[in-house]
Design a protein around this ligand. Structure first.
Ligand SMILES: Cc1cc2nc3c(=O)[nH]c(=O)nc-3n(C[C@H](O)[C@H](O)[C@H](O)COP(=O)(O)OP(=O)(O)OC[C@H]3O[C@@H](n4cnc5c(N)ncnc54)[C@H](O)[C@@H]3O)c2cc1C
Length: 339
């Protein structure tokens, strides 16, 4: 790669939380990257809601953290109910850290805040632009073919970041091997409004069943809640008396656990869901891990120190995947201890 920061041309494929974090972190360090995304605009689909304390600490310097805090709901307590009996309460405010809570904020709002920060630093996202192919050249540069409105364009970059999610084209083009496991059972989410939800607005609720099924209900603010369950009917797993005033969505989804064997090949890098996918586990979920990959990679590209990227991030990915499996589906422990 070029030794001068300003001469570096970096392409980021994917404008989800990982791509956008890489973008504003690079821009802050003097390299305004090109960012493309196949979609037309930020997706309104609700996915991640939990922003962890360590993510908030990491995004402080960029100025993104105060904006997330201004909009999110602080989750300060957890209540665990076994079958129908309340059994344990946890008070996060006792944790000895600055952000001693989980921040609940829908992913599309997080992405809008990140994109605005990138634009303030001189960048912009090129939507409706699809990555077609990548070729690593002998001189270390990467030749990239993209397509917009049926027109193909070939350009050369010093580095390419694949932040293009679970079905990453960058990963396919790199030919990187993965370990994959698909959970046989469908999981589910439901989003609803309830004016008489029986717990304070800053409390997350865990409903555990003796057969291993569970649901988690996290407040989103304004009497809106999100339930996630390891069964196909999230609301059926939620006990207690409450009224649903409006059901916004109820969906099932399959979980694939996947981890790449390397996060880099030459000057092509993977970050976020392109490198790892696993259970949506709140503060330890894929969005938070992707943001951390992105901060590390942006710093390394800016400082010409990319060699250790896989060595730094893969063990963190591995430990997080193992933790999520052990926590959520103990009977799959044996499979994922091999990861
Ligand atoms: C129901 C659900 C609940 C979740 N809850 C949580 C949670 O509470 N906490 C948490 O941390 N995580 C959670 N997650 C996971 C989280 O949503 C993902 O880990 C996160 O979106 C990953 O971000 P990313 O930027 O790596 O990828 P993505 O958000 O998937 O972004 C990838 C982008 O790449 C673009 N793209 C793809 N292919 C191309 C191409 N060829 N050319 C150009 N662009 C391309 C896509 O359009 C997309 O915008 C949840 C997920 C689900 C499904």
């Amino acid at each position: 790669m070029s030794s001068s920061k300003n001469q570096k041309k970096v392409l980021i494929v994917g404008a989800g939380p990982t791509g956008l974090t890489s973008a504003f972190e690079l821009a802050r360090q003097g390299i305004v990257p090109q960012v493309i995304d196949a979609k037309k605009e930020i997706s309104p689909l609700s996915r991640a809601v939990g922003v962890s304390a360590s993510t908030l600490e990491l995004l402080e310097e960029s100025g993104v953290t105060p904006r997330l805090l201004a909009e999110g709901v602080k989750i300060t307590n957890a209540q665990i109910t076994l079958e129908s009996e309340k059994c344990t309460a946890l008070d996060f405010s006792l944790l000895p850290c600055q952000y001693n809570f989980l921040l609940s904020l829908p992913q599309d709002r997080t992405e809008q805040i990140m994109q605005k920060r990138f634009e303030e630093l001189g960048g912009s996202v090129q939507y409706s632009t699809v990555l077609i192919s990548l070729t690593q050249k002998k001189d270390g540069t990467v030749e990239v073919v993209t397509e917009k409105d049926g027109k193909r364009l070939t350009e050369t970059f010093n580095a390419v970041i694949g932040a293009d999610g679970v079905n990453s084209k960058v990963r396919q083009q790199m030919g990187v091997k993965t370990r994959d496991y698909e959970y046989p059972n469908a999981w589910s989410t439901a989003e609803f409004n309830s004016k008489d939800w029986p717990s304070p607005p800053g409390e997350i609720q865990y409903f555990l069943k003796k057969n291993g099924n569970f649901a988690v209900v996290i407040p989103l603010g304004n009497s809106r809640y999100r339930a996630v369950s390891n069964t196909s009917d999230a609301l059926a797993c939620v006990s207690g008396k409450y009224t649903i005033d409006k059901l916004h969505s109820a969906n099932t989804f399959k979980i694939v656990v996947r981890h790449v064997k390397t996060y880099q090949k030459g000057n092509i890098f993977l970050a976020g869901d392109a490198a790892h996918t696993y259970l949506p586990a709140g503060g330890q979920g894929g969005m938070n891990l992707g943001i951390k990959d992105a901060c590390s990679l942006a710093r390394r590209i800016a400082e010409n120190d990319v060699k250790g990227y896989t060595r730094e991030r893969r063990p963190v990915g591995k430990a997080t995947i193992r933790w999520s499996v052990i926590f959520a589906v103990p009977r799959f422990r044996s499979i994922w201890m091999k990861m």
